[in-house]
Design a protein around this ligand. Structure first.
Ligand SMILES: NC(=O)c1ccc[n+]([C@@H]2O[C@H](COP(=O)([O-])OP(=O)(O)OC[C@H]3O[C@@H](n4cnc5c(N)ncnc54)[C@H](O)[C@@H]3O)[C@@H](O)[C@H]2O)c1
Length: 252
């Protein structure tokens, strides 16, 4: 491959922060950045993520992204006494809302707090420390585009992520910071397996459900990781304020 293209994927010496990088999509993203030479910090609320981070060759910072003090400490740690270059706003929750007619305000608040407000705060704290410019990649979802019965609070939170991505891109672009989003379809992660447990118990073919897209393959965390490194890299130097849908083709 042309060496100038490969050079644009070289993250040597760059500081990368991946929230929710303890497992699933975040862990795959952290691994790809490590492979490309980055100094990666994983911020995750689960203490068990520390050994996963170590296995990947990343640093670990115990952090609930919804906690302002913990979040700021994680961002500062990720700068390694210098600057931050890349933030991947991946941490998110996706409990099923159930019928919207019976969803409580508390439930909706919690969903927006973690999936939207915390992403917003993380971007603010990170951008303030991207003194050499940088890139932010926000994790949205195809639920933002297609809605989805019984996941309305989640859909609303991810639609907000897309709008926030577009707005932040306009504000931060002049500072040399690009902001983009990824909207994955169903990806086979521990979180999704947990969600599908009730369906599994009722005899639904989960593998078939996960691969229900035009190309007929099960979405894997690394499908999303490859897009994250592209968006953060100089290969995407002219891409700002956009969302890449990665769902194998579902017609959305
Ligand atoms: N898996 C999918 O099908 C899918 C599809 C579309 C979008 N997404 C989005 O991708 C992201 C990752 O999803 P996943 O399937 O890998 O999830 P997962 O549940 O398998 O892993 C999520 C990780 O984030 C961490 N985390 C959760 N809340 C946190 C918090 N408040 N602070 C710090 N860490 C926190 C968890 O501890 C865990 O390590 C989420 O934002 C999710 O909404 C996933």
């Amino acid at each position: 491959m042309a060496s100038d293209l490969l050079a644009q994927l070289d993250f040597s010496g760059r500081n990368v922060l991946v929230t929710g990088g303890g497992k699933g999509i975040g862990a795959a993203i952290a691994l790809r950045f490590v492979e490309l030479g980055a100094q990666v910090t994983i911020a995750d609320r689960e203490a068990s993520a520390e050994s996963a981070a170590s296995d990947l060759g990343a640093s670990f910072h115990l952090c609930d992204v919804a906690d302002a003090a913990q979040l700021e400490a994680a961002v500062v740690a990720a700068t390694r006494g210098a600057q931050l270059d890349v933030l991947v706003n991946n941490a998110g929750i996706f409990p099923t809302t159930g019928p919207m007619l019976s969803a409580s305000d508390e439930f909706v608040h919690q969903m927006l707090e973690v999936n939207v407000r915390a992403q917003f705060s993380a971007s603010r704290e990170a951008a303030a420390r991207m003194t050499n410019g940088g890139a932010i990649v926000n994790m949205a979802s195809i639920a933002a585009l297609g809605g989805g019965a019984n996941i309305s609070a989640y859909s609303a939170s991810k639609a907000a992520v897309i709008a926030m991505t577009r707005a932040h891109a306009l504000e931060l672009g002049p500072l040399g910071i690009r902001v983009n989003a990824i909207a994955p379809g169903i990806i086979d992660t521990p979180g999704v397996q947990d969600q599908l447990e009730p369906l599994k118990a009722s005899g639904v073919d989960i593998d078939k459900r996960i691969a229900a897209n035009a190309v007929g393959i099960a979405g894997q965390p690394d499908h999303i990781a490859r897009i994250a490194v592209f968006l953060a890299s100089d290969l995407a130097a002219f891409v700002n304020g956009h969302v890449i849908v990665a769902d194998g083709g579902t017609g959305l």
